[in-house]
Each structure stands twice: as structure tokens, then as C-alpha cells.
Design a protein around this ligand. Structure first.
Ligand code: GDP
Length: 288
């Protein structure tokens, strides 16, 4: 998989070139400030990074340390849960459905048995789209008609996974309902029902964030975190954006681990997030 992260940062690297046309061994603080802002690292975080550096010239190891410090590590995964239940949340269009397919494919490639739950019962298109992926990936799916109870879908998905000895259940949720309060109530109910179906589930509540939205995704993410408490995030569409630096602000503001990043529309375009590889790829665009 090496190289995918670098590819996903290509546009960000081009944006950096517009600020500093040539790579060098060190840069002034002002130049680093401009580089970071150009790659869409949020202003407050840029200032914090700049303030924390004593030297007047900034070399690669110094910036590397500062950037790595913005990431939160994922806590150790709950071992032994079978099925291991991932609840997928986020606004419509962020890439939830596609990411579910990618995640399922990732587990499948590890030899695991996966079942999907079409929990976004608010939109008929969401159910159809996930069903199409299930057919394409040859995976079982639990789905009902539009308007049916989404927590019943979650319950049935986990129940079926238990009965059939599956390793993973991945459950979709609505990204929008008539009101924000409705959405919060529905998500809370799904979480409760998952735990009823299997004590401890969902094991991860994964928030899908559209990377092309840059920092504006942060407020959205906070709202979901307030509703159900997010375990970690997957940032999508990093292949098409020059806002790669927003990954730092999203991570540092939300204090949440990044599990994967999405780098395309196919089922294999999901890359495990490696903070060192990410930072080094960005630094390669700046330093000699
Ligand atoms: P949902 O409404 O949250 O379920 O979003 P979808 O999964 O339907 O994705 C919305 C659009 O974004 C679709 O056209 C996807 O193909 C596209 N998409 C999702 N993830 C990625 C990604 O990592 N890279 C790119 N380039 N497109 C993506």
C-alpha cells in the first residue's frame, strides 16, 4: 500500500509548490506558516505549531515532531468480539456507503466473514446503493423498506451475524432526518439496540468525514460526537483535494484517531492511516 498516501497528497503538494517553488533544508517560520495555511491546516493550529518552535529556521525533524504530535492514537481494539460491530455515521454525501463497501472488502481480504446492515432507512437510494455493493462484493445484507425502523435493521444484522458465526457486522445509519433532534434520537436508539443485540456493541462508532470539505467538517463532526460519542474517523476523498493539511486540524480538534483514509471510489481505495507515513509524505513535498 505504500505510495497511496503520497498520491493522495499530490494536490496538496502542488499547492505547497505555489508558496515555496523550491525544496530546501530549512525555512523561515513565516514560510512554514504560509505552507501550512496553504495546505488547509487550520489557523489556530498553525499558530500553535509556529509558537512552539524556538529556532528562527525550521528544519525537517522539528516540523515532523510538531506535526506528529497533533495525532491521537487509536486505543487498543476490543479483542475477541464476534461479531465485531462497526456503526458508520456521518452526513449524506460524505462517502458512508462507499466506505462501508471498502471496509467490508478490507475485512474480506483478511479472510473474515462480513455482513452489512442497511440502517439508513430514511433514503431508499441508500438502501439500494448498499444492496448493489453487497451484490458486487458477494456479501449478505440485512435491509428493509424505506421508512422502517433502522434500529430493527441493526438488531437483525447483529443477530444474523451471531447466528451465522460472522466476524464483522458493518451497519449504515442515516445522515439526515427531518430534524437534527430526530437524527440524534435515532442514532442513540441504534446504539442502545446494538448493545441489546450483543453486549458491548457497537464496538466502534466510526464517523465518515469528507476530506474535500477541509476544516468545515470539524463542526459537523463535533455534532455527531455530541450525539453518540465517536470512536474514530475515516476521512474520504483525499485523492481529489489540495486540503490534505486539514487532516491535522481534524485530528487535533476532535482528538480522535483516524482509522483509514479514502483515496478513490473503488472498493480497494481504502488505506490504513499511518501518521508517520502521512507526515513524511507531506514533508517530502517541502524539504530536500
Ligand atoms: P454517502 O451519501 O455518505 O453514503 O456517500 P457515498 O458513499 O454515496 O459517496 C458520495 C460520492 O463520493 C460518491 O460518488 C462516491 O463514489 C464518492 N466517494 C466516496 N469516497 C470517495 C473517495 O475516497 N474518493 C473519491 N474520489 N470519491 C469518493
Amino acid at each position: 500500500m505504500f505510495g497511496f498516501i503520497k498520491k493522495s497528497l499530490q494536490k496538496t503538494a502542488e499547492a505547497i509548490r505555489s508558496v515555496v517553488p523550491n525544496k530546501a533544508d530549512s525555512f523561515s517560520k513565516e514560510e512554514i506558516e504560509e505552507i501550512l495555511l496553504e495546505s488547509d491546516v487550520e489557523y489556530d493550529l498553525v499558530e500553535e505549531i509556529i509558537r512552539s518552535i524556538d529556532a528562527s529556521r525550521v528544519n525537517r525533524p522539528t516540523l515532523r515532531n510538531r506535526l506528529l504530535a497533533t495525532f491521537s492514537d487509536a486505543p487498543k481494539q476490543v479483542d475477541g468480539a464476534k461479531p465485531f460491530v462497526d456503526l458508520i455515521i456521518g452526513v449524506n454525501g460524505a462517502g458512508k456507503t462507499t466506505t462501508i463497501a471498502k471496509l467490508a472488502s478490507h475485512y474480506k481480504n483478511e479472510g473474515k466473514k462480513v455482513i452489512l446492515g442497511a440502517g439508513d432507512t430514511f433514503r431508499a437510494a441508500a438502501i439500494e446503493q448498499l444492496s448493489l455493493w453487497a451484490t458486487k462484493l458477494d456479501l449478505p445484507i440485512i435491509a428493509t423498506k424505506q421508512g422502517h425502523d433502522s434500529s430493527a435493521v441493526a438488531y437483525d444484522t447483529i443477530d444474523s451475524a451471531k447466528a451465522r458465526g460472522f466476524d464483522h457486522a458493518i451497519i449504515d445509519t442515516a445522515g439526515r432526518l427531518h430534524t437534527q433532534v430526530n437524527l440524534a434520537n435515532e442514532l442513540k436508539k441504534i446504539v442502545r439496540i446494538c448493545d441489546k443485540a450483543q453486549s458491548g456493541a457497537p464496538h466502534r462508532k466510526i464517523l465518515i468525514i469528507d476530506g474535500t470539505q477541509g476544516n468545515s467538517a470539524i463542526e459537523q463532526a463535533k455534532a455527531f460526537d455530541d450525539m453518540v460519542g465517536v470512536s474514530g474517523i475515516i476521512i474520504t476523498k483525499l485523492d481529489g483535494t489540495a486540503k490534505g493539511g486539514s487532516v491535522f486540524s481534524i485530528s487535533s480538534k476532535l482528538k480522535l484517531p483516524i482509522y483509514f483514509i479514502g483515496v478513490g471510489e473503488g472498493e480497494n481505495d481504502l488505506v490504513k492511516f499511518d501518521k508517520e507515513e502521512f507526515v513524511d509524505s507531506l514533508l517530502d513535498a517541502i524539504y530536500n
